[in-house]
Design a binder for this molecule. Structure first.
Ligand SMILES: NC(=O)c1ccc[n+]([C@@H]2O[C@H](COP(=O)([O-])OP(=O)(O)OC[C@H]3O[C@@H](n4cnc5c(N)ncnc54)[C@H](OP(=O)(O)O)[C@@H]3O)[C@@H](O)[C@H]2O)c1
Length: 325
């Protein structure tokens, strides 16, 4: 029988809590250690989620010999630093999205994974949801014909007192935080666009508060939007020559979708998720580690490089640069 995979978590903020809740639902893995910049926060977190060890620095966690894989849940601007730190200590890494600030940083992270021969994956959890897998399969099998149009957004009225939302030093802005999801969907279903148009509104800090994007393909177009200024229903629509798929709201964490064919036939497909849905990326990491892989074949290093390169191109269009560029 395969050994249980032992997880560590670095950065105990909002997403770390959701992730740890889902980790407890997955078989054949345990939470071995957690690390915060605050030892009391780490102690409380470890108690809540039954972690064996807790630390007051991230560096101590990556030195724990029992930890197989580290989940990095810190702000975007530190993803590269902590990913490479963990990989150099021969720990596998699942790092939150955006994988890093730009293509150059992601390239270095992948280089470190290859050099150390250790598994590395971007936490693009939507890629692994049963409904998204099913939508992709049906599109690949031509159920709605040739794709012509995608419309997807991710908007909510953000609490702008949260520094991570607007502070450029922490990688603030709607694109890297939530715009990455509609960009991901267009990339997953249509691949790399031939050209991109984009227009943004900005906070005083220079980070984008709202962003409209148009991806052009040889035979299709995608209209994408992200915003911290207002809340949207968060549906995704995918139109082909034979019909349309609507991914139910909020599409990036969906458990269902509907298909409306041009001939009048329609179907509603429900695929309930385990937990919040982070379980599937956890299972993917566990399986890859059991198989001694250094990358997932469902969300590859190349996929992450291409996704961040699209974000870089969009930022060029709206003149948004970060210190890391
Ligand atoms: N996959 C998803 O659904 C999802 C959802 C939300 C966020 N995310 C991603 O996860 C990452 C973290 O987001 P979050 O919403 O969890 O943020 P958050 O609530 O602010 O938590 C981030 C944690 O990172 C640590 N940290 C280290 N350096 C920091 C610094 N300079 N400033 C602030 N915190 C620092 C802190 O943990 P300690 O105090 O414990 O050290 C903090 O609690 C982001 O990259 C975001 O894009 C993903």
């Amino acid at each position: 029988m395969n050994k249980d995979i032992k997880w560590g978590i670095i950065g105990l903020g909002g997403i770390a809590h959701k992730f740890a809740t889902d980790l407890l639902l997955v078989e054949n893995c345990t939470l071995e250690a957690v690390a915060s910049r605050s030892i009391s926060k780490a102690k409380a977190f470890s108690k809540k989620y039954n972690a064996t060890n807790f630390y007051g620095t991230y560096e101590e966690l990556v030195k724990n010999n029992l930890v197989d894989i580290v989940y990095i849940a810190t702000p975007h601007n530190s993803h590269k630093r902590y990913t490479i730190l963990a990989l150099e200590h021969k720990k596998a890494v699942l790092c939150e999205k955006p994988f890093a600030m730009n293509n150059k940083q992601v390239f270095k992270m992948i280089e470190a994974s290859k050099k150390n021969q250790v598994f590395l994956m971007e936490a693009m959890w939507t890629r692994f949801l049963p409904s998204i897998l099913a939508v992709k399969k049906r599109i690949d099998e031509d159920e709605i014909g040739e794709l012509k149009y995608i419309n997807a957004d991710f908007s909510f009225k953000a609490n702008t007192s949260i520094q991570r939302i607007y502070d450029k030093k922490l990688g603030g802005g709607s694109l890297l935080d939530i715009g990455i999801y509609p960009v991901f969907l267009a990339y997953l279903l249509l691949g790399l666009p031939t050209n991109i148009n984009a227009n943004a509104h900005f906070y005083d800090s220079g980070a984008d508060s709202q962003l409209a994007m148009l991806f052009n393909y040889k035979n299709a177009q995608a209209l994408l939007f992200s915003s911290f200024n207002s809340t949207s229903k968060r549906e995704a629509k995918i139109s082909g020559t034979l019909g349309e798929i609507c991914i139910e709201m909020p599409w990036n964490e969906t458990d269902s979708f509907s298909i409306q064919k041009n001939d009048g036939k329609s179907k509603f497909i429900s695929l309930p998720t385990m937990g919040k849905g982070y379980t599937y990326e956890i299972i993917e990491c566990n399986t890859c580690l059991q198989q001694h892989k250094i990358e997932s074949s469902t969300w590859t290093h190349q996929n992450s490089l291409e996704l961040i390169s699209l974000l870089d191109k969009i930022r060029k269009k709206i003149n948004l640069a970060y210190n890391e560029d």
